[in-house]
Design a protein around this ligand. Structure first.
Ligand SMILES: [Zn+2]
Length: 57
């Protein structure tokens, strides 16, 4: 078995402030810290199982 770790870095528009960087309640958006963009890091582990040729019928 093998495990492959993949990392995805994506930048998305902040949904909390819709990219404005300002909180709807006033002040700086706490989610994106006023940048309006969010860095998303996805760590995915993919496990590959060896193919078994068990085609006995
Ligand atoms: Zn925001």
């Amino acid at each position: 078995m093998r495990t492959i770790s993949k990392k995805f870095d994506r930048v998305e528009v902040c949904r909390n402030c819709k990219g404005s960087g300002k909180s709807p309640m006033g002040g700086t958006c706490p989610v994106c810290n006023g940048t309006g963009m969010i860095d998303k890091h996805l760590d995915i582990d993919i496990t590959i199982k060896p193919h078994k040729n068990d085609n006995r019928r």
